[in-house]
Design a protein around this ligand. Structure first.
Ligand code: MG
Length: 369
């Protein structure tokens, strides 16, 4: 089987809540997503992938960059087998150094093809489906303590029981107030995470940790560097999550060896696609490290890809996952998983189990053949 054509589409994904705000005053109101279609010499089989950075200022990734990278890398993939994913990933790494997020959409589309060739859903190819469905968290966009606390009841009505607060501003008292205000809204069984998204300096993070010592809360990625986070962890006696620093196996192994975290956040595009995210997932599962499995952002296709990786993760090791397609106003693929009572399940159809709506995607931005 050979790749014969790669097409890229651009999709704007506005948010139901108008904007999504996190540390350092960063905010996005419309996400710039790129959908990739990979055609093969078997005309009956086409694969679909997606990459959607969290704006241009979260990870080293941006929407136009995704398309430029796919345009650069695409010609190297024409004629290659889409179902030999190890070789495909090695060849992508030889042809383009770094730029993991660019490769993510291409790798995702090839997993879709592999599933269709095998007539199996991706989650079964990734190790097997655990349980009927899996647990989600809801991110609470950064606002005033009162506004953030006011969101909890509505999200719980939607079935969410795990809440991730966006904190990480330089006003330490304000972040402490945010954590206390939301914690006061929790019910037995709810789980609270305070995610600073690298936004605190070390001394600020240590003060926040001291200020919320009485709260049952996870602290996620307080500072920019791994070393700073590890230092903060030493002054915190609760559970601790690393996200932005864990983008490949090397920091994951180091973090495990140095006991730098209890949980990690595995974002598909941060690792460079489903192949590498699965590698990290399997290592974490063997090491007993619980995981949030998600991506930086996305629409229907990324949500489907997340669902397959999450649903094939042992239930006790899956801390949370994300239904990004419920945050945005645009649906562009039939068959995409839909949240039900705060939970999600992967499709039982072959591949990712989605069929894009071409009327929504419109004409491709470019095609490579
Ligand atoms: Mg995070």
């Amino acid at each position: 089987m050979k790749i014969t054509r790669i097409s890229a589409y651009q999709v704007d994904l506005p948010l139901h809540e108008g904007s999504y705000n996190w540390s350092g005053g960063k905010s996005v109101s419309v996400f710039d997503s790129t959908v990739v279609k990979i055609e093969t010499d078997d005309e009956s089989i086409t694969g679909w992938g997606e990459i959607c950075p969290l704006g241009p200022f979260y990870l080293p990734a941006f929407g136009q960059g995704a398309r430029a990278g796919i345009y650069e890398l695409g010609p190297h993939l024409i004629g290659q087998s889409p179902i030999e994913l190890g070789k495909l990933n090695r060849n992508m790494d030889i042809a383009l150094k770094g730029h993991a997020y660019v490769k993510s959409a291409l790798d995702m589309a090839c997993w879709d093809i592999l599933g269709k060739v095998a007539s199996l859903p991706v989650c079964e190819l990734m190790g097997g489906r655990y349980g009927d469905d899996f647990v989600l968290y809801r991110a609470i966009s950064q606002e005033s303590p009162e506004e953030m606390a006011g969101k909890v009841a509505g999200y719980r009505d939607e079935g969410y029981r795990r809440f991730q607060l966006k904190v990480g501003c330089h006003d330490v008292d304000l972040d402490i107030a945010r954590i206390h205000a939301v914690a006061a809204e929790l019910k037995p069984g709810d789980i609270l995470v305070a995610d600073a998204n690298t936004g605190w300096l070390k001394h600020e993070a240590i003060r926040v940790c001291r200020g919320v010592r009485d709260v049952d809360v996870y602290i996620e990625q307080p500072c920019l560097t791994y070393e700073e986070c590890r230092a903060v962890r030493k002054s915190w006696d609760g559970p601790f999550i690393l996200d932005e620093n864990i983008d490949s196996l090397d920091p994951l192994i180091r973090g495990h060896n140095e006991q730098a975290m209890d949980c990690v956040n595995i974002k598909i595009s941060k690792f460079g696609g489903l192949t590498k995210a699965k590698q990290a997932r399997d290592l974490c599962a063997d090491l007993g490290i619980a995981m949030t499995i998600e991506d930086s952002w996305g629409g229907d296709i990324i949500t489907a890809a997340i669902s397959h990786l999450a649903h094939s993760t042992p239930t006790d090791l899956l801390f949370t996952s994300t239904d990004f397609n419920s945050y945005v106003t645009v649906d562009f693929a039939e068959g995409a998983p839909q949240r039900e009572n705060g939970r999600l399940k992967a499709s039982t159809a072959p591949g990712l189990g989605i069929e894009p709506m071409m009327g929504v995607l419109g004409d491709p931005v470019f095609e490579i053949s």
